[in-house]
Design a protein around this ligand. Structure first.
Ligand code: SAH
Length: 248
């Protein structure tokens, strides 16, 4: 499948390793007239775009420098209206905490055709690449996906941490490094054992991948000591040890 003129293709780039984009995602990327990409997208991936394709960075550095969401949306719409095929390349899966839906809502409102190429989300890929199964017949029959970044936007729905804790099973937290101390406290207050295992997987599937292990009681301190930074996925639950046999 090739990119279609006047169409916006919202494509998941996968978690980091350029080998983890889907075949269809790569086909769209290779054929698009315009590639609008986020900060977390691997530079190697952009090399597979057409040499004459326009490359537009939509990424925001931490601290908020870069184009606003409104500017990005306006550019995407302008290119599509001019009859160009647009590959909107977003890290992981475009609809998992990625604002993909907000972008597509505007594209759709502008009457522009669009489609989505799903991506390998870091929420699943980071634990998998670290050898942590999110579900396991013996250990977890649910996995809850949650953002640690609630409250950033005043319209954002707040996270009910007590309900997350009560759901049992595995908890996967994205954008959760800065708020990790509070999150651990809340989960313990809501009844999760302080000895419950936690893994923080930083830059999963990138060459710099780093895994930090601990428990709800001590992980926040270890993460601070090791200067763990975003992007990182936090996994809480006994599955952390499922394949590790109780040793690092
Ligand atoms: N749509 C993306 C998530 C965007 S939100 C997806 O499906 O993966 C950004 C957050 O994703 C980061 O703060 C981090 O929690 C997580 N993330 C993205 N790439 C990651 C990676 N390679 N390693 C660890 N976490 C990652």
């Amino acid at each position: 499948m090739t990119a279609q003129p006047g169409t916006v293709h919202l494509v998941g780039a996968g978690p980091g390793d350029p080998g983890l984009i889907t075949v269809r995602g790569r086909q769209i990327l290779q054929s698009a007239d315009v590639v609008v990409y986020d900060r977390l997208v691997a530079p190697e991936l952009l090399e597979s775009a057409r040499p004459d394709a326009r490359r537009v960075s939509a990424g925001k550095a931490p601290g908020g420098r870069g184009p606003s969401q409104t500017q990005v949306n306006a550019q995407i719409i302008e290119h599509a209206r001019a009859g160009r095929s647009v590959c909107r390349l977003k890290g992981g899966d475009p609809f998992v905490f990625g604002r993909g839906a907000e972008e597509i809502a505007e594209v759709a409102a502008a009457g522009i055709p669009w489609d989505v190429v799903p991506g390998v989300t870091s929420a699943v890929a980071a634990p998998a690449a670290a050898g942590i199964p999110l579900t396991h017949r013996d250990w977890a029959s649910t996995a809850t996906l949650v953002t640690g970044h609630e409250g950033e936007s005043k319209d954002g729905a707040p996270v009910d941490w007590a309900a997350v804790a009560a759901a049992g099973g595995t908890i996967v937290i994205l954008m959760g490094v800065a708020t990790l101390p509070t999150t651990c406290e809340r989960l313990i207050a809501a009844g999760r054992p302080s000895s419950e295992p936690v893994a923080v997987i930083e830059r999963a599937t990138w060459p710099e991948e780093r895994i930090t292990l601990g428990t709800l009681a001590d992980i926040a301190e270890t993460v601070e000591q090791r200067a763990v930074r975003n992007p990182a996925v936090v996994v809480v639950g006994p599955v952390v040890w499922a394949l590790r046999g109780g040793s690092t």
